[in-house]
Design a protein around this ligand. Structure first.
Ligand code: FPP
Length: 286
């Protein structure tokens, strides 16, 4: 019915009809009924301190519905909002979302412009809620080369939430893992030059302190949606010991049930950090 009265382009009308359909069927989603049962199984004492997510599959989600790619990104924002809310409710200390990579500039200008606009729209609409939930927002990436309007919104959002003490939400924007390591080394060099000599070797701890993520715990869990088995230049230094969880689910379909499933899977893992597992270590030392 909505589509019949729609005065927009046919693709946009299809998108609006879909949003209408999704909204009206949301309450009936069978998977949502699973949520309380899954939540009960999560051990709150063994939650990851940092979950990092490669949000992939917006384009494919749209394509499967014969919608323009940008509709997938809009649906992706809704998924991001739900995941942020769920993580904050679980009292996860840190959530990082990979929103835009340094490589994403290779996409058509219409799409990159749209993504920048979408980010500003997101900040404008969601900032009050983020702030109300005591979430601290930070941005990881080469922010200084982004358009001034985007930089201004980012500065204001970060300043507003800087003293919040709940979850840290890190949005990776114009981010590249290699670029981050290069920036860290240049920052170390600058510091060494400034202080005169004194340091003649770098340490892991020193590198960590100069990364965009300085002060944050390394991710315990790295989630990637849409099934690709790649890390795509994301947090290369920090994911050294992260548990990786890849799901076929496309990002716009990644809801709180999917997040609970990822957390339950993580809690089944035995993390050895290159050492021996608990039973083996006991046997060896006996
Ligand atoms: C990948 O889908 C997703 C992105 C390029 C990032 C955009 C993410 C959002 C719009 C979510 C919003 C997040 C925040 C924090 C506001 P893709 O286009 O690469 O999908 P494809 O691989 O199917 O083409």
């Amino acid at each position: 019915m909505l589509a019949l009265r729609c005065k927009e382009s046919p693709a946009h009308c299809r998108y609006l009809s879909l949003v209408y359909l999704v909204k009206t069927t949301e309450v009936l989603k069978p998977a949502e009924r699973e949520a309380p049962r899954l939540l009960e199984q999560i051990d709150p004492k063994r939650l990851p301190r940092h979950v990092a997510i490669i949000m992939d599959g917006n384009g494919r989600w749209a394509q499967r519905r014969h919608l323009p790619r940008v509709a997938g990104h809009r649906a992706g924002v809704i998924a991001a909002r739900n995941v942020i809310e769920t993580c904050a409710n679980l009292h996860l200390p840190t959530l990082t979302l990979y929103a835009f990579s340094v490589e994403n500039w290779r996409r058509p200008k219409t799409e990159t412009d749209f993504l920048m606009r979408l980010l500003r729209e997101y900040l404008r609409k969601e900032l009050p809620e983020i702030h109300r939930n005591n979430i601290r927002l930070i941005i990881l990436g080469r922010v200084d080369v982004l358009p001034e309007a985007v930089r201004k919104d980012i500065r204001e959002a970060m300043a507003k939430t800087a003293n919040n003490t709940g979850m840290t939400l890190a949005v990776a924007l114009n981010y590249g893992g290699r670029a981050e390591i290069v920036d860290a080394f240049n920052s170390i060099l600058k510091q060494v030059r400034h202080n005169g000599s004194g340091t003649n070797a770098v340490s892991e701890e020193m590198i960590s302190r100069h990364l965009y993520t300085a002060g944050l715990p390394d991710p315990d869990l790295l989630v990637r949606t849409s099934g690709e088995m790649r890390v795509s230049n994301f947090l290369l230094w920090q994911i050294a010991y992260a548990e990786i969880y890849v799901t076929e689910t496309l990002w716009p379909d990644f809801d709180r049930v999917k997040l609970y499933e990822a957390l339950l899977d993580y809690q089944k893992r035995e993390r050895r950090y290159g050492g021996l597992g608990a039973p083996e270590a006991t046997r060896e030392s006996a």
